[in-house]
Design a protein around this ligand. Structure first.
Ligand code: NDP
Ligand code: 8X3
Length: 252
């Protein structure tokens, strides 16, 4: 029986996904790194190749055909995915419901919700056939609580919460663990994307308190995937000490 596990991580070019890939690789997990920025994928591949086997897949999770083709085309050493980290996603904009951009709404629903579904659809049938697998969906505190101007991003993460629950119900009895990790504020490129490259506004989000780091979330994901096979961490919310809710942050 194959001993080394294979993990596919979406959004591995930055933030939480990158930190998870680095941690998994350091433990010898074979990793499939996914993202749109090819140069970052290659850079991370060369960084991790001394520790483990690495394969990269360059696709946009919004493109249903690309997602299915690329995952279907995985070479045999990588084709039996044991762990799926559904992480790719972002917020686009922070505007009231009447001022929000429809393009931003489309991006968040297409990436955070439909993209996660496309990737899952490409992988779950093979997990079912092997009666084995582990799926971690990266939700958010925004999937538990709606905050002002968070409207559609919060809706997309509430959808991830519902999909996580739905997956667990439908895959019960099929040997597949399903769980969500729901972080609060984590300092990544998230706010740069949300504020469309306004680095000053993005940096301000994480100023005057100590936010979570991507490695904090990677540690928690690693804890979840290394529990004994009968243990499934179904739903986990994590915030930094200074955060009490989406809107209450103890800034000095
Ligand atoms: P980053 O912006 O640092 O990373 C986002 C990752 O998602 C990148 O690797 C990016 O890769 C990938 N991605 C974005 N859009 C697409 C797309 N269309 N197709 C393929 N990949 C895509 O942010 P985080 O690490 O913070 O975000 C990771 C996840 O964590 C997201 O789901 C986010 O909602 C969630 N989260 C983040 C929190 C935070 O405070 N940072 C808190 C709670 C949850 P590329 O651009 O190369 O395609
Ligand atoms: C990211 C955390 O509070 O910016 O999901 O929405 S928050």
């Amino acid at each position: 029986m194959r001993k080394t596990k294979i993990a596919l991580i979406t959004g591995a070019t930055s933030g939480i996904g990158k930190a998870t890939a680095q941690l998994f690789a350091s433990h010898g997990i074979h990793v499939i790194l996914c993202g749109r920025r090819q140069e970052r994928l290659k850079e991370l591949e060369s960084q991790l190749s001394s520790m483990t086997q690495v394969h990269t897949l360059n696709f946009d999770v919004r493109n249903r055909e690309q997602v299915l083709e690329q995952i279907e085309s995985l070479p045999s050493p990588f084709s039996e995915i044991d762990i799926l980290i559904n992480n790719a996603g972002n917020a686009h904009g922070l505007d009231s419901i009447h001022e929000g951009s429809i393009d931003d709404w489309d991006a968040m629903i297409d990436i955070n919700v439909k993209g996660l579904l496309y990737v899952s659809k490409a992988i779950i049938p093979k997990m079912i056939a092997r009666n084995s697998g582990h799926i971690i969906n990266i939700g958010s505190t925004a999937g538990k609580e709606v905050y002002p101007n968070g409207n559609v991003y919060c809706a997309s993460k509430h959808a991830v919460d519902a999909i996580n629950q739905g997956m667990r119900l439908d895959l019960n009895g099929k040997g597949i663990r399903v769980g969500a990790v729901n972080p609060g504020l984590v300092e990544t490129e998230f706010s740069e994307v949300r504020f469309k490259g306004d680095t000053e506004r993005a940096a301000n989000v994480y100023r005057n308190f100590t936010p979570l780091l991507p490695s904090d979330i990677a540690d928690i994901i690693w804890f979840a995937v290394t529990r004994p096979p009968h243990v499934n961490i179904a739903d986990l919310t994590v915030m930094c000490l200074d955060q009490a809710s989406s809107t209450i942050v103890n800034k000095k």
